[in-house]
Design a protein around this ligand. Structure first.
Ligand code: FE2
Ligand code: FE2
Length: 383
C-alpha cells in the first residue's frame, strides 16, 4: 500500500537511475494521471535486475514516484556522496583548470612570462589531479577529461595564432578519440602537451608540433608483424626487440610518404621518442642533452602511458601506481636515469605533493583564486 494516495506527497525518480544488481533503497510507485491512480510498484529491498530494467524500458516507462519522506534516502542511493566525489572530482577539477588555462592564454594584456608561470601552475595541478584516481574506471574518466581539455586548448591556440595548416591536429585528434587503438596516441599527445605547459612552454607552434608528434609517434607500428604490436614489451626476445625498434623509422617513412609537409620538428620529436637520457634508448642511442629537450617530454609521456596501459608488462595501472613504479625504478637504479633527472624529479614533485589531500585542496584554491584575480586585473587593465 502506498504511504499516501496524494501524488503531491511524492517526488519523481528516473528508471535510468536504478542500478542493476542493487536492492531498492525505498518503495517505488507508478502513477496513472488519467485515473489519478497511484500504485505501489516495487518495495524497498527488492533487487533491481537487468531484465526488470530492460522490460520496463521497452514498455516506455521512464519515471516512477518516491514518497517524499523517502526522497533523501533515494537521493543518496542515486548519488552516493563518496562515489560522486571519487569518480567525478578529478575530472571536474581538470575541466575547470583547463578553462582557466584557456582564459589565461587568451589574456592579451599579461606579459608572456607571467602567463607562462600561471599556466605552468595550472598544468601542474592538472597533472596532480590526473594522478588521484584509485580505480581504473575513475582513471579512464580522468584521462578522458584531460584529453578533452588539452584538445580544446590546442584548438583555441591554433585559432588564435591562425595556424590553419595545423588544423589537421583537430582532425587526427577526432579520429584518435573514436578508435581505441589510438587511445595510446591520444594519451601520449595529451601528457606531452601537459608536461610542456607545466614547464611553462606555451608557444603555440611548439605545443602544436608536440601534440602532432604524440598522435603520430607510433604509426609505424602498423608496419610491424601483428604479433609484436599486442605483446608485452618485457617478454620480447632480443630479435623481437630489434624488430620492434624498427617502428620508429617506419613512422618517419610513412610520414615522408604521406605527409611530407609535416614540420621538421615533429619528425625530430618522433625520431627521438625512444631515446633515453642514459644512452640506452634507440635507434641512435643518443644521451643526455643530445636528446631534444621537448623530445624528452614526449618520451616521458610515452613511457607513462605504456606502463599505465599495460603495453609494458600486460598489467594495467592507475597513474598513481605508474608514477610510484617509475619512481621506484629510478631509485632502484635498475632503470638509471631513463629521463633527465631534473625533469623527472620536477614531475614527481608535482604529483607527490598531491598525496596530502589538504595541501592539494589549498593549492587548488590558491591557483583558482590567483587565476580569478589575474583575470579581474587583466579585465580592469583592458577596460
Ligand atoms: Fe614507440
Ligand atoms: Fe608509444
Amino acid at each position: 500500500m502506498p504511504k499516501s494516495r496524494n501524488i503531491e506527497d511524492f517526488v519523481s525518480g528516473n528508471l535510468a537511475d536504478l542500478k542493476a544488481g542493487e536492492p531498492l533503497p525505498c518503495d517505488i510507485h507508478l502513477y496513472f494521471p488519467q485515473s489519478m491512480h497511484l500504485m505501489l510498484w516495487r518495495t524497498a529491498g527488492d533487487l533491481v535486475t537487468d531484465a526488470f530494467l530492460e522490460k520496463n524500458r521497452a514498455k516506455g516507462i521512464e519515471k516512477f514516484w518516491v514518497y517524499r519522506g523517502d526522497s533523501e534516502r533515494y537521493e543518496a542511493y542515486v548519488n552516493p556522496p563518496q562515489a560522486r566525489e571519487s569518480v567525478t572530482a578529478p575530472a571536474h577539477t581538470i575541466e575547470v583548470l583547463g578553462q582557466h588555462i584557456g582564459e589565461t592564454l587568451g589574456t592579451a594584456e599579461l606579459p608572456e612570462e607571467a602567463k607562462a608561470e600561471r599556466i605552468g601552475n595550472l598544468a601542474q595541478e592538472m597533472l596532480r589531479q590526473s594522478a588521484q584516481p584509485d580505480s581504473h574506471r575513475t582513471q579512464n574518466l580522468t584521462n578522458l577529461a584531460l584529453r578533452e581539455a588539452v584538445s580544446e586548448l590546442l584548438e583555441d591556440l591554433l585559432d588564435r595564432t591562425g595556424q590553419t595548416a595545423r588544423h589537421q591536429i583537430a582532425e587526427i585528434w577526432k579520429l584518435a578519440s573514436a578508435d581505441p587503438d589510438f587511445e595510446h596516441a591520444a594519451n601520449v599527445s595529451t601528457f606531452a602537451v601537459l608536461f610542456a605547459m607545466a614547464f611553462g612552454r606555451i608557444d603555440a607552434e611548439l605545443l602544436a608540433d608536440l601534440a602532432l608528434a604524440g598522435l603520430l609517434h607510433d604509426i609505424g607500428m602498423t608496419q610491424l608483424d601483428a604479433h609484436l604490436a599486442g605483446k608485452a614489451w618485457n617478454t620480447f626476445k632480443p630479435e623481437e626487440q630489434r624488430a620492434y625498434a624498427a617502428h620508429v623509422s617506419a613512422s618517419l617513412e610513412l610520414i615522408q610518404q604521406f605527409a611530407p609537409e609535416i614540420p621538421a620538428r615533429v619528425k625530430t620529436l618522433i625520431s627521438q621518442h625512444h631515446e633515453k637520457f642514459d644512452g640506452s634508448g634507440y635507434p641512435r642511442k643518443l644521451n643526455g642533452f643530445q636528446i631534444d629537450d621537448v623530445a624528452q617530454l614526449l618520451a616521458m609521456a610515452d613511457i607513462l602511458d605504456s606502463f599505465a596501459s599495460g603495453q609494458w608488462d600486460g598489467s594495467r595501472r592507475t597513474l598513481k601506481e605508474t608514477f610510484a613504479m617509475l619512481e621506484g625504478l629510478e631509485q632502484a637504479r635498475t632503470f638509471p636515469e631513463y629521463f633527465n633527472p631534473d625533469v623527472f624529479s620536477a614531475v614527481i614533485s608535482w604529483i607527490r605533493s598531491a598525496a596530502a589531500a589538504d595541501a592539494r585542496k589549498s593549492a587548488l584554491n590558491l591557483v583558482e583564486t590567483q587565476a580569478a584575480q589575474l583575470l579581474k586585473e587583466s579585465v580592469k587593465e583592458a577596460a
